[in-house]
Write a protein that binds this ligand. Sequence first.
Ligand code: 5GP
Length: 195
Amino acid sequence: MLSGPSGSGKGTVLKELLAKNNNLFLSVSATTRSPREGEVHGKHYYFLSKDEFEARIAGDGMLEYASYCGNYYGTPKDAVYEMLNAGKDVILEIEVQGAMQIKERCPDAVFVFVMPPSMNELKHRLTDRRTEDAETVAKRMQAAVDEIRASYQYDYIVVNDTVSEAANTLDEIIRVQKCSTGHMKEFIDEVLEDE
Ligand code: 5GP
């Protein structure tokens, strides 16, 4: 589970991580917000109308969902389970409310929060990318404060100072997590059975 304020650069870090680790599957979310320039339906998001999104919720098709800055965002359930069953490590790049729903439903999930180096830097990044108007930037800065407060509940904090270092750290977290006792429990049992 990867969260971080809009503008923290988590998307860029993820892109670099996906290029170096080919056992990862990045879940494609659904949203009711409009596509940004260059965003492709089915690749970056499934862009749905409010009615379509609400029908998916009613049909129990979402693993989690949340309302963020006036739009719905959610994780389609089927693809996640399909990939987990195929042995992939699944990454959800979602905001804090959704992550907390996953915390209750999937206690084995690992929670990582991508932190900007400072609030000032976050504002620069949000303004410089020129994809949002001033009102949206202000909304996202306010949302960022709430999200950073919630980061105490995550397992790891990765500061995105440079993208390559942050991507390396994420990759190490995944590797280390695979050695955790919880993850190795079946292996321990197998070793003991051979005795
Ligand atoms: P953006 O509009 O910048 O693409 O995303 C806004 C926020 O929604 C980001 O914090 C992003 O992580 C979050 N988000 C994207 N997909 C999902 C999702 O499936 N569920 C939830 N809860 N949040 C999501």
